[in-house]
Every structure is written in C-alpha cells, then in structure tokens.
Design a protein around this ligand. Structure first.
Ligand code: ADP
Ligand code: ZN
Ligand code: ZN
Length: 725
C-alpha cells in the first residue's frame, strides 16, 4: 500500500513499511525528501501507484499516536484550495496547531523577567527622590503604581524604558526583578450574569435553530438590531447543543473587543471553553488547541482562525456580526472566507451555522430571502430601550451659510448640551480612504466611472482621475461638472485636528483620542477606553476603532464627521460598508435608559445608504443595493476575482498585461477587465496593478494559467475580494 503526503503543494507517494502499523488518514509522518527528512501528512491511502517500485521511498515513522487531522478536515482543506484558488498545503496548515506548523517543534515554556514594585506606600517618596530628568524611571514607577507587577518586556514597551532603566531602579531598591516561568494559562474574564427569560422574538429564533439542528440543518440568519438580545440567543442555542453531547464554535470578528462577551460565556459555561485567536502567543495557542483536540472542552470562542477548531462532533457554528470584513483572510496564498469554511464544515457534521448581525451582508440576506437560509428577526431592543434618534446634517448648506468649520451648528449645540448635562459624547471620524477621491464642497458631487459606478481616484502625478476597475481615465476638471463651482477638492481631516478643535471650542470638554496612532503602544487601547469609562474624559474622538463593541451607558451623543467619505471609496461595496459602519456607530448612543442622539454630517444626505441609516431601515437599504448589484452583475449575482500583480515599476505593468492576455484567452465566459493600477498604487516601494474578473459562473483552477511568481513580481489571487485596494 502506498501513502501520499504533501510537502510543497504536491502530493508525493511513500510506502508504509511493515513495521508501522495502524497508519491512518491525517497522520503526521516523518519522510525522506531529497537529502533531508521532512514532516508530511497522510492525505490519501492508495493500493497502487503509477511509479516504479524502486522510486517509492519508505515512511520513516509516524510522529503522533493519533492522526492529527480528521477525514473531514482533509476534505474541507481540499475544497478550500479549489474554492478560493489557493494551495492545498496551505489549507491544511490552517487546521494544525501553532507549534507544529511548518515543522516547528513544540514551544517550550520559557522564563520571563517580572518587575515588582518594592513598596507601594513608599512610591511618593521614590518619585520625589528621582532626579528631574529621569523621565523613563518616572514613567516606569507611574505604570507600576497602576499595576504593581508587570512583565519587563511589556513595561518597557509601554513606557519606552529599557533594561538599564530597570536596573537603575533596582539598584536604588525601588523595584525587584525576577525571572519566572509564566504559566500559559489564559485569563478568562468572568462576570456576573443572570440567565434571562427569552422574549417572544428570541424564543422564535431559538425554536428555529433547534428545529434546524434536528432536521434540514439549514443555516439560520438572525437579523437583530443592536441590543436586541442576539448573544442571549446564542447562549441558549449552545446550551441545547451541549445537552445533545455536541460541540459549539463561537466566532467573533475581533477578540480584543469582546472581553465582555467572553465573560458572559465563561460565566454560563465554566471550564468548558477554549479560546483561539491570533492575539495569543504560539505556546498559548498550542495549549488551547490540544484542549480542544483532546475533548477537554466543548466550546471554542475565537476570531476567524477558530473556525478550524479540531472538534469531532460539531453541532453549532456561530458567526456573530457575520458581515464583518475581518472574517475574510486577507493575507497569504489562500484567502478564505470564514463563512464559507463554516458552511462546509457544518455540512459535514450536519451542524447548524448561525449568522447574526444588525446589518447582514447583502449576500447573506439575499440567500435568506431566497430560502437557502432561515431568516429570523429581532426587531426591538430588549427591556424597552429605544433606538437612538438619528439626524443628518447637509454640510453643503452649512458651507453655503458660511460655516466652514468641522462641526455643523447642530452638532456644536448638541455637544454643548450633552457636556453640560454631565453626559458623554463620541465623535467618530470616518477616515478610511481619505483624499482618494475629489468632491465638490458646494454641491457634494463626486466624479464616478461611467462603466463601474465607483468613484474615480485622484492621481497627483499627472493630475488625472482613474477608475481602478476598468482602467478608464480622464483629466481632473477645473470646475465641478455638476454645478461649475471651483471648490473641487480632495478630502480628509484627521483625528488630531478634530481633538484640537474640540478642546478649543468646548470649554467643558475633556477629550481622549483613539486611532491607529494613539493605540500603537501595547495596552494603550484599553487605557484610553478606561479613562472614558471612568468618566475621566467626556468626549471620545476616534476612527473606525471606536465604531463597534463599545457599551457605555452614559454616552448620549454620537457625532459622525464626513459620514460619506467611505461612500466614495472606489469599491462596489462602498455603500454597504458605509451603511454597516454608520449603523454600528449609531448603536453606541443611548444604550441605557437615557435617550441617545446621533448627528451625521455628510455631503450627500439623499444617498440611499445615508437615508436608510437615518430611518434605521435595513430592508430599504437592501432593496436598493440588491438592484444595483443585479444590474451590474456584482455579487451575489456574479463572481469576482481580483488578480494583484506587485513588484518594481518597470516589470509590473508588463507582467499584468501578460497575465491579462492569458486569462482573456482562456476565460471565454467571463469579463476580464484591462489591467489598471490598484487604488493604492504603491506599497513600500512596490507597485501594484490589478486585473478584475467578473463572471456569472464561479471561476476555479486559475492557478495553472497564471505564470509562476518570479523573483521580483508577485501575483496574488483573491476570490470574492471584500476590498479592492
Ligand atoms: P445583542 O447581542 O443583540 O447586542 P445582547 O444579547 O447582548 O444583545 O443583549 C443586550 C442586553 O440585554 C444584555 O445586557 C443582555 O444581558 C440583556 N438581555 C438579553 N436578553 C434579555 C431578555 N430576554 N430579558 C432581559 N434582558 C435581556
Ligand atoms: Zn470603470
Ligand atoms: Zn458642484
């Protein structure tokens, strides 16, 4: 009998020698490969192969007692490689525990340096004795004041101190340094949580889920407004699942934002939960993986990668906030979507996938209406808490009335008002994609491509506008094509300017700012939010990072600056992403009994996405959006593939042209658009060109047609890309 293993992306044949018994599918094995010995996986067992017997080498030995991969996982991995046009070997890696990937050995427990403050009461005296210029030593002591024992590495990263700083403090006797083995035990937050009696909508949702678990096994889409009790439904469903002796996978878009959620789960199901996400160290991930593999737990909570949890009897896979783009793997050679993998795994296990969202993706809602998924609605917040009141301000009329500042009069008044009532406000700046397009400040007009209905991107080099889907280009007009105004200009205003503005104009404001800059230091994210939570600050200013998950009862005002920035993103999903984002941001207001207010500033208040946000009407948004998708054959009606070619300027365009000609010849039934520079035309000095393929039928097996990567130029394939940047 012969065995196949994968090493590169090929399957190689090996013979099972007589002394190895009980080798099964999914076993990890050591095999000779050229002059080396490498690790491989048994992916198929065959009786014969078309090779001369002397060319078939023997397997050296199995590396584990039990197979590390199940038949199901092998099958799903194979499907992934086809579906997402990637490598089988890469797909397999996703299922393997961190420590064994790429043949790395198990990560050993290592010692780490721990810093302890010698005496908390003495701290004021230590501080006084420090020389004025000992800034770093001071920072270290201040940090230890908040948390008297910390890892040296984290403390240094946070305070910009180094080991000399620490040694100096130790020599003075202010701190103690000690090397310790840190247990890789993950601290799961626990909280107090009562079990609620479900309301009528939640009961219906739960009944549908249980029903599907019994028969049919269709996915269930739970469409529920923010605070409608979706998580409560998940908890009850999981309980049911465990009672049947089956396992549950709970997926969340970003683990950092879900400490509160995890606490609810651990409270409800103590000692039955493992956590899997990329924020864990490799060792921690390895331990968690083995707990799951050995059946010590029956619930996994995690981000994207937890969908690969090595359970053997899955009953439920839940994707909370199923529309979130973090569910798409964006790096590497296999860009899978978590939803797709979840569906495939669930089908094998006869499990049910629950998709939950306040703003389902257009694709999922379409499938639900078509009957592929079961749809349940949770239309109201629990406990009779009202949805916030949303108003939209037209910044064109502010401009016309000579208000050229960042805040409309309405937002200024509301902020004054909120602060004087000792309540809190969130100012959200929609900054992604800034200055990528040109907008008329007088009439709000944005120049779009006539073929693709996406905004044209401004290129400073030659003062032109270009479409990144089809390659169309034109000169930048000197006046607005719509109203002839000369106030055509690029867009963008940063968080720092806004913070400055708020400080200068609102005397009662105490601001904190959360954006990629201010959150760069480890731990800063939660420190900033804690200041806001403890009411040390009353205005939180930030970008996309503050849009989701935050639950502060005293926030009664949310202001949104330049709400339609993302609407003009050169991406056909721009409206959908904007609608989801604004709905989510709005949901931060009025979480408690005090009524919330949301003020949205924009240039295009008549846009259907903005109107739907204001009316809090998902269905009207969906109807408009689906019409547009149908007309232009965008998903869910057609399929998209994006081929990205990256490299030095001289080579990229030529290579893209070559790939285009190849694909154009082969894909007779698809539209292959001309190569064009990607919306972000250059990253880290490497130029980026893209080819978009649009087709009615799914596109597979492209890899054979695409030339191999050479040294300089890298070609990247993304099926159903979520962003085309
Ligand atoms: P969602 O996930 O839709 O945002 P949650 O499940 O988190 O909603 O519920 C919002 C809040 O309401 C939570 O604090 C939760 O404990 C509470 N809650 C949920 N369901 C009920 C219920 N049936 N009765 C009372 N409170 C509930
Ligand atoms: Zn175009
Ligand atoms: Zn105009």
């Amino acid at each position: 009998m012969d065995v196949k293993i994968t090493a590169v992306d090929k399957i190689f044949h090996y013979r099972i020698p007589k002394n190895i018994e009980q080798l099964r599918l999914g076993h990890r094995v050591l095999v000779p490969f050229g002059k080396r010995q490498v690790e491989g996986y048994v992916v198929e067992l065959v009786d014969e192969v078309d090779l001369e017997p002397e060319r078939i080498k023997n397997i050296i030995k199995p590396l584990d007692l039990k197979p590390i991969l199940t038949e199901e996982q092998l099958e799903v991995a194979k499907w992934m490689a086809e579906e997402y046009i990637g490598l089988y070997s890469q797909a397999l890696q996703f299922f393997l525990p961190a420590g064994t990937r790429y043949g790395r050995e198990r990560v050993s427990k290592k010692k780490q340096l721990v810093v302890t403050l010698s005496n908390l009461e003495m701290l004021p005296i230590y501080l006084e004795k420090l020389p004025k210029n000992a800034v770093r030593q001071r920072a270290v002591l201040m940090s230890l004041n908040e948390n008297p024992q910390q890892l040296a590495s984290e403390l240094c990263a946070q305070t910009k101190a180094n080991y000399q700083t620490l040694n100096a403090l130790r020599d003075k006797g202010y701190i103690e340094l000690e090397s310790k083995v840190i247990e890789r035990k993950i601290q799961l937050e626990t909280g107090e949580e009562e079990i609620h009696t479900l309301n009528q909508y939640q009961v219906k949702a739960l009944e549908e889920i249980i029903n599907q678990m019994k028969k049919e096994h269709k996915p269930v889409l739970v469409h529920g407004v923010t605070g409608s009790g979706k998580t409560e439904v998940y908890l009850h469903s999981i309980k049911h699942c465990l009672n049947q002796g089956r396992q549950a996978v709970m997926l969340v878009p970003e683990i950092a934002l879900t400490a509160q959620t995890i606490a609810r789960f651990t409270q409800r199901f103590p000692d039955r939960i493992a956590v899997l996400h990329s924020g864990l160290s490799e060792g921690e991930r390895y331990d968690q993986w083995h707990k799951i593999y050995n059946g010590e737990v029956d619930i996994v909570i995690g981000a994207r990668s937890a969908v690969f949890a090595p359970f053997h009897n899955i009953g439920l896979i839940i994707l909370d906030e199923e529309h979130e783009t973090t569910y798409k793997q964006e790096d590497g050679m296999l860009k899978y979507h978590t939803r797709g993998v979840a569906m495939k795994r669930a089908a094998y296990h006869e499990a049910v996938v629950i998709l939950g969202s306040a703003t389902p993706s257009i694709e999922s809602y379409h499938r639900a209406l078509r009957g592929d998924y079961k749809l349940v609605e949770l239309p109201y917040r629990v406990n009779h808490i009202s949805m916030p009141k949303i108003s939209v301000v037209d910044m064109r009329s502010e401009f016309a009335k000579d208000n050229r500042s960042m805040f409309s009069r309405q937002l200024s008044e509301a902020l004054e008002d909120t602060l004087s009532r000792q309540e809190q406000a969130i100012i959200f700046i929609n900054r992604r994609g800034y200055s990528s397009f040109v907008l008329c400040r007088e009439c709000g007009y944005v120049i779009e491509c006539r073929n693709c209905q996406v905004s044209l991107k401004y290129h400073q080099v030659d003062n032109s506008l270009k479409c990144h889907y089809c390659g169309y280009r034109q000169k930048l007009p000197t006046s607005c094509p719509n109203c002839a105004s000369h106030y055509l200009r690029q867009f963008g205003s940063g968080t720092q300017q806004v913070e400055q503005y708020v400080k200068q104009n609102f005397s009662q404001a105490k601001t904190v700012r959360l954006d990629a800059d201010s959150a760069r230091i480890k731990g800063a994210h939660s420190r900033i939010l804690n200041r806001f939570k403890n009411q040390d600050a009353n205005v939180l200013i930030g970008t996309q990072m503050i849009a989701k998950g935050l639950d502060f009862p005293n926030v009664t005002l949310v202001g949104v600056l330049s709400a339609d920035l993302t609407l003009n993103f050169p991406d056909f999903r721009a409206s959908e992403h904007t609608f989801q984002l604004l709905t989510q941001v709005s949901g931060r207001a009025g979480r408690d009994i005090k009524l919330g207010r949301v003020i949205i500033q924009c240039y295009d208040p008549a846009h259907y996405a903005i109107k739907a946000v204001q009316k809090q009407d998902y269905l009207s948004f969906y109807r408009q959006e689906i019409t547009f998708r149908r007309q232009l054959n965008y998903p869910p009606f057609g399929h998209l593939v994006r081929i990205l070619v990256q490299g030095p300027e001289m080579l990229v365009e030529r290579k893209a042209e070559k790939v285009f000609l190849l694909l154009n010849k082969r894909l007779k039934n698809a539209q292959v658009f001309n190569p064009a520079p990607a919306p972000i035309p250059k990253i880290k000095g490497r130029y980026r060109w893209q080819i978009i393929i649009k087709s009615r039928e799914p596109i597979n097996n492209l890899l054979d047609d695409i030339p191999q990567n050479d040294q300089d130029v890298v070609i990247d394939v993304d099926c159903e890309p979520l962003f085309l940047l």
